[in-house]
Ligand binder design. Structure first.
Ligand code: ADP
Length: 447
């Protein structure tokens, strides 16, 4: 069993890992940048090590410093959280080469799923539906044009090495595709150091539905139901819920099976997420697999009662996952997560600074994951996510009512936050009726 975990992350997810470790009696080591000295994860961990300057590339992304901190403190495992080094196969390899346990999948699975066109190919070969498109990265503009003519416009060009909602280009006709091909390659090279792009059919009104996976070293792979993440802005998720308001039991069964097949195709171990696009006609297509714990994991925890981070730690220790054998995971009730960002709710400009007053909601069915405290100064160097408010109810309507109540009682003063935006979404008729797609926010923000 793992005895001491170094958490190569910050913010709410670092705290989340500390919580799971404490329950399992595992000691914790926080690493932090010079800008994060006063952070809650540093205060709550058993030990802490400063690993570099404020900018992430000198600290949280500094592999040598992270490994050195693990060696100095005698940690025997590293949990990468999400973002930073979490999906860096090279980092996972170094961790293993240093005889440390990487709390996550094997490097080969990270590498396979990190290359989106290779991932598409691997899951398609396992019988999982993928959108019509290229099997290999595109060699030339002409190849892109020929393929688009075959599958029909609109099409989307994606960077093979892409992620985080970046590196995608849409084309509605041949003229746009001619232009998009070169820009997409240049952008991919600049952003990800790899110009490879592939092409797939663009769905105009899809819903983003993803399945949570758990897999252990003993060959067991299960899914824990879906999360609907269609409420996005610029391909960044804002609000997530489980279950989806529209999935039928048949679709859930088929998509859940496909998700498990995709994970098996990658010989996946640990917690992971298989993302699908669901089209208006009910067909679904694999989009990508995220090989880490995700921001939105709490909604799945609320409806299944499973502590996903605890399972990650058990699985990394070589144990079996602790879910009852030979039975599908039961989903009960409904949960919605609201991402609270330190940003202007109208312009979305970041709003770092000192939190002068903080009141967190509680009460039945409400969970808040946050690293904030009154007097804390949110540094300007990192992601603007400062809190996640999760509302649970027996029904979707009850979860919405509790979400409204919780957000209405949340007070974060000193910085601007996106909390108000969520209250508007909760009052929207289409949202309440479950009638939306990934463009919900575009229509919404322009109205
Ligand atoms: P990333 O890894 O950068 O997050 P994804 O492949 O997960 O990129 O896509 C992010 C979002 O982009 C999706 O949630 C969806 O809204 C949109 N998207 C991606 N591919 C398509 C497609 N083929 N058709 C329509 N929308 C798409």
């Amino acid at each position: 069993m793992i005895r001491k975990v170094l958490i190569a992350n910050r913010g709410e997810i670092a705290l989340r890992v500390i919580q799971a470790c404490r329950e399992l009696g595992i000691a914790t080591v926080a690493v932090h940048s010079e800008a994060d000295r006063e952070s809650l994860h540093v205060q709550m961990a058993d030990e802490s090590v400063c690993i570099g300057g404020p900018y992430a590339n000198t600290s949280y992304l500094n592999i040598t410093a992270v490994i050195a901190a693990a060696e100095i403190t005698g940690a025997d495992a590293i949990h990468p959280g999400y973002g930073f080094l979490a999906e860096n196969a090279h980092f996972a390899e170094i961790v293993e080469a240093c005889d440390l346990v990487f709390v996550g999948p094997h490097p080969a699975a990270i590498r396979l799923m990190g290359n989106k066109s290779a991932a598409r190919r691997a899951v398609a070969d396992a019988g999982v539906p993928v959108l019509p498109g290229s099997r290999e990265p595109l060699e030339s503009r002409q190849e892109a044009l020929n393929l688009a003519a075959e599958i029909g416009y609109p099409v989307i060009l994606k960077a093979s090495a892409g992620g985080g909602g970046r590196g995608m280009r849409l084309a509605y006709d041949e003229r746009e595709l001619r232009h998009a091909f070169d820009t997409a390659r240049t952008e991919a090279e600049k952003a990800f150091g790899d110009p490879a792009v592939y092409l797939e059919k663009y769905l105009e009104r899809p819903r983003h539905i993803e399945f949570q996976i758990l897999a252990d070293e003993h060959g067991r792979v299960v899914h824990l139901g879906e999360r609907e993440c269609s409420i996005q802005r610029r391909h960044q998720k804002l609000l997530e819920e489980s279950p989806s308001a529209i999935l039928t039991p048949e679709q859930r069964l088929l998509m859940g099976r496909a998700a498990v097949a995709a994970a098996r195709a990658a010989r996946y171990v640990s917690a992971g997420t298989v993302e699908f696009l669901l089209d208006v006609d009910g067909s679904y297509y694999f989009m990508e697999m995220n090989t880490r714990i995700q921001v939105e994991h709490p909604v799945t925890e609320m409806v299944t009662g499973v502590d996903l981070v605890r399972e990650q730690l058990l699985i990394a220790s070589g144990e079996r996952m602790s879910l009852p054998a030979r039975r599908a995971v039961r989903v009960r009730g409904h949960a919605i997560e609201f991402r609270i960002n330190a940003e202007d709710p109208d312009t979305f400009a970041p709003s770092p600074g000192r939190v002068t007053r903080l009141i967190l909601p509680g009460g039945p069915g409400v969970r808040v994951d946050t690293h904030l405290y009154a007097g804390y100064t949110i540094p300007p160097y990192y992601d603007s996510l400062i809190a996640k408010v999760i509302a649970y109810g027996h029904t979707r309507a009850e979860a919405i009512a509790r979400g409204r109540r919780a957000l209405g009682m949340l007070r974060i003063e000193g910085v601007k936050t996106s909390a108000r935006l969520h209250l508007r979404i909760l009052d929207d008729r289409d949202f309440i009726n479950g009638d939306f797609d990934t463009h919900f926010m575009d229509r919404y923000l322009s109205s």
